[in-house]
Design a protein around this ligand. Sequence first.
Ligand SMILES: O=C(O)C(=O)C[C@]1(C(=O)O)C=C[C@@H](O)C=C1
Length: 100
Amino acid sequence: MNTTELEARRARIDRIDSALVRLVAARQRQVAVIATLKTGPDSARDPVRIAAILTRVQSAARRCGLDEAIAIPVWRELLERSAESQKTLIACAEKTDPST
Ligand SMILES: O=C(O)C(=O)C[C@]1(C(=O)O)C=C[C@@H](O)C=C1
């Protein structure tokens, strides 16, 4: 094994991971803002929107050469976790201000 190349490739992966974390954090901030626009914890998870996003991600993955076997489960998890986090945020907001 060429250890110099391995280290260089792993350093690139670390930089890509850092960029991905920044992007997912930016996404999460939008998810949190959208939570404030929803009417209750039961409205957090939107199956129609989830299906539309998965379709779009599938097409984008195909165009970019990203393996769908990676893309789809990753986005499914991201979307389910996002909906769960919205549920919690909405429930907390309702507790703090019962008029919302
Ligand atoms: O589009 C919305 O309604 C959102 O709240 C965003 C988002 C997402 O993570 O993209 C989160 C929860 C919903 O299940 C659908 C999509």
